[in-house]
Design a protein around this ligand. Structure first.
Ligand code: ATP
Ligand code: MG
Length: 326
């Protein structure tokens, strides 16, 4: 974990990128501390790859600033580039060479750094180095991409959807490799649109939507914020208005004597409400983090993070009547 005041591995401020008339990034602010594993999550078209290409100086910003390992990538040149490992989202590999020839060629371009790790990494990912790259499957191409990103033990790894195309066993191997690199002090910045891919490896995640970061938090806190599904069954009917006043509840359905709801934050007030009645059954189940992520996907772009609920609407169902069908 980085100390206060240490140069961040990545910092962008007010980053804007236009492709002609399309604005892909709308003032993106991001800070990744040295030594952390940071997930960059967002739906298709959110601007993940655009941000990453700006970090690598493969694109130039329309406005705003970028710092990578304390330097502006547009002036850092090959010296800065050699401290990075990059896995592009869409990997273009040269045909008519074998994976081994290609990887050794890259190592030679990097002054020989990483050459000694090629065979070991290929072995871990069960990558056949003697195959022509034209003949490689999507997953095998992704393995070549991962080997070239990790082999020279860079200070900062920037990985655009690293597990795409990998089967579960190799995804597991990737996570192990990422943890080892992090244990050796590397910073890892990885993008994904699937939360499960990053939650096991990342400490913090930023959620990007429509070209802005809408939330940054550590995985443990996100998990707490995801909330719980609660089902309460009472001995007698309860008052919908009273239930509506309980803070922290959304998606409340009152069906006769049964209440189902989503609870975020402390359960104290819900327990107080419940304790005023006779409770026959109480069931609370943690929500998947994926559900929280879906909240971001569903709400309007630009709306910011979903609000912490302050209590409110209660859907009241008459016993035995659902959706108007008896
Ligand atoms: N070369 C380009 N020319 C024009 N528009 C582009 C170009 N590249 C990206 N865009 C647009 O910029 C926006 C952000 O795209 P980007 O590829 O950064 O998203 P992403 O988050 O990486 O998506 P995905 O999950 O699909 O990889 C999208 O609206 C996309 O259509
Ligand atoms: Mg992308």
């Amino acid at each position: 974990m980085a100390q206060q005041g240490e140069t961040p591995a990545i910092r962008t401020t007010g980053l804007v990128k236009d492709y002609g008339r399309t604005r892909a990034l709308h003032g993106l602010d991001l800070e990744v501390r040295a030594g952390e594993v940071f997930g960059f999550l967002g739906p298709n078209g959110a601007g993940k790859s655009t941000t990453i290409r700006l970090l690598l100086d493969l694109l130039r910003p329309t406005a705003g600033t970028v710092e990578v390992l304390g330097q502006d990538p547009t002036v850092g040149g090959p010296a800065l580039r050699s401290r990075l490992g990059y896995l592009p989202g869409e990997l273009a590999l040269p045909p008519r060479t074998t994976a081994g020839e290609y990887l050794h060629h890259l190592a030679a371009l990097r002054g020989g750094r990483g050459a000694s790790r090629i065979a070991g990494l290929a072995d871990r990912f069960a990558l056949d180095l003697s195959r022509d790259m034209r003949a490689l499957s999507k997953g095998n191409k992704q393995k070549v991409g991962l080997v070239q990103a990790f082999m020279h033990a860079p200070e900062l790894l920037v990985l655009d959807e690293p597990t795409s195309g990998l089967d579960p066993l190799l995804q597991h191997e990737f996570r192990a490799l990422a943890r080892e690199a992090a244990d050796d002090g590397a910073t890892i910045f990885l993008s994904s649109h699937v939360l499960q891919e990053v939650e096991q490896v990342a400490g913090r995640v930023a959620i990007i939507r429509a070209g802005v970061v809408v939330d940054v938090d550590d995985v443990a806190t996100l998990r707490r914020r995801a909330g719980q599904h609660v089902v309460l069954q009472f001995a007698e009917p309860v008052d919908a208005a009273e239930l509506a006043g309980v803070p922290g509840l959304t998606d409340v359905v009152l069906d006769g004597t049964t209440v189902t709801c989503l609870l975020r934050g402390e359960p104290t007030e819900l327990l107080r409400f419940a304790a005023r009645h006779r409770v026959l059954r109480w069931q609370a189940q943690d929500r998947e983090l994926e559900d929280l992520f879906m909240d971001f996907y569903r709400t309007d772009p630009g709306a910011g993070p979903p609000e912490e609920p302050a209590g409110g609407r209660v859907a009241v169902l008459r016993r035995g009547v659902r959706g108007g069908v008896r």
